[in-house]
Write a protein of this length. Structure first.
Length: 203
């Protein structure tokens, strides 16, 4: 067998595998907030949950959807398809959040929908550190974020596409930080379930 052909074949297999894994973990990420929104719908309140993850997620999905279109970046259609699904999920989450949020939160959410491109992790980290509770940092959301980011980071590296690899490399690092924080606070403080007001709500 031609060594070059074998290497190209192996390269292609790994590229496809990371792309498929990225799509699978992305779908898991998109559905992971469902338990949170069941709780919001039942209580008819957004409690201390932040709406920023879903605004950020929508904007991220729309940008990646545009970038993955064949007319923009041929050969990475899975990026476009999975992010079109993600955009629908994130939009539904935002609508549910706004419907059940207090008036002040509604105004902030609608304003942020047009303006916010900042990473939501800072807010979650702040809440976890101050309350010493991981109640409002769902484990499966953090795990799915990490798995999706590392899969698309590898996919971007195989494709030599910095637009995919760089942001997902950052996402991988943030995902690791989230998981480490979750492990630390859930073990050190027993994952205390605090129902009293924690601190002022951001959005």
């Amino acid at each position: 067998m031609n060594p070059t052909g074998f290497l190209l074949s192996t390269y292609s297999v790994f590229t496809d595998a990371t792309g498929i894994a990225g799509n699978i973990f992305a779908i898991v990420l998109f559905v992971s907030p469902i338990p949170t929104f069941k709780r919001i719908i039942r209580s008819k309140s957004t409690e201390q949950f932040s709406g920023l993850p879903y605004i950020y997620g929508l904007l991220n999905c729309l940008i990646c959807l545009w970038y993955g279109m064949p007319i923009v970046s041929p050969g990475i259609i899975p990026v476009a398809t999975v992010n079109s699904i993600g955009a629908i999920f994130q939009l539904m989450y935002i609508i549910i959040f706004v419907i059940n949020a207090e008036n002040v939160k509604k105004v902030k959410m609608l304003g942020l929908l047009l303006a916010v491109f900042t990473v939501f992790s800072v807010i979650v980290y702040n809440l976890v550190i101050k309350t010493k509770s991981v109640e409002f940092m769902p484990f499966y959301l953090s795990l799915a974020t990490f798995l999706m980011s590392i899969s698309f980071f590898a996919f971007g590296m195989f494709k030599c596409d910095m637009f995919i690899s760089v942001p997902n490399g950052i996402g991988t690092a943030l995902g690791i930080i989230q998981l480490v924080m979750y492990y630390y606070y859930s073990n050190a403080y027993g994952g205390v379930d605090s129902r009293q007001p924690l601190l002022e709500s951001y959005v």
